[in-house]
Design a protein around this ligand. Structure first.
Ligand code: C5P
Length: 230
């Protein structure tokens, strides 16, 4: 069973206002991307990692991530695309070409750098148990409204049936390829797979798997690290 993790890390991270790609922003001296890759490998399930980097930063990203490769595994860096889904597709194409026994693929945002390895393990185990698509989720704490284009509320979905979605999302490699070749659009990979009519199952996520998007999130990440001793 070959498990490959794709890490879209090609975002410019402008909302962080750091003047560098978000993936390279350090938290306590260690770039977000390095933390994300370490977490994937620490699960003990992932052997190979394919990172999609900003095209102008492929060399810089290779330099910081090459030392992370473990025995029998490799860390590849490819140039990402204009949208996150383009970056995932480019990384997936590379994985299927370069890593022959790829059967399970994870897609994990570099920005979710503090995802516990146990969440990674739970996602892989559920795919290995026969589920073609698996996502980690959390319950929703806030009431959520659906609004129209003018901001007027049109519906209040039942909160008990809602979940927020994290990464890594795990897939049978053939299913993810079919989803990316479909020409459909969605804001996450599981959304593409759903549109193919493939069932997507959930496993418990973790609050630490938050996505670092804003300066506030970065401050939360620093507090998390201080609380965990590093
Ligand atoms: O911008 P946002 O935080 O939603 O991006 C989610 C993830 O997708 C980040 O890790 C980001 O680097 C990545 N991404 C990418 N290629 C893009 C845009 C975003 O790999 N063109």
């Amino acid at each position: 069973m070959g498990v490959v993790a794709l890490v879209p890390a090609a975002g410019r991270g402008e909302r962080l206002g750091y003047g560098m790609p978000k993936a390279l922003v350090p938290v306590d001296g260690v770039p977000l991307l390095v933390r994300a890759v370490r977490g994937l490998l620490a699960s003990g399930r992932v052997r190979h990692v394919v990172i999609a980097a900003p095209p102008s930063d492929v060399d810089a990203v290779s330099t910081v991530t090459a030392p992370l490769a473990q025995a029998g595994g490799a860390v590849y860096v490819v140039a990402g695309g204009a949208e996150r889904s383009d970056s995932v597709r480019l990384a997936l194409t590379h994985a299927l070409r370069e890593i022959p026994d790829t059967s399970i693929v994870l897609v994990h945002d570099a920005a979710r750098a503090f995802t516990p390895p146990s969440v990674v393990g739970a996602v892989v185990d559920a795919v290995a148990a026969g589920h073609p698509a698996v996502i980690p989720v959390l319950p929703v704490a806030d009431t959520v409204k659906q609004v129209d284009s003018t901001g007027v509320v049109v519906a209040t979905p039942d909160r008990a049936a809602l979940r927020v979605v994290q990464t890594p999302q795990g897939f049978d490699a053939r299913v993810l390829l079919r989803a990316h070749e479909s020409g459909l659009h969605a804001t996450d990979d599981a959304g593409l797979v759903e549109r193919l009519g493939v069932p997507v199952v959930t496993v418990p996520g973790h609050p630490d798997a938050m996505k670092v998007t804003t300066k506030f999130d970065l401050a939360v990440a620093e507090a998390l690290l201080a609380g965990s001793g590093g």
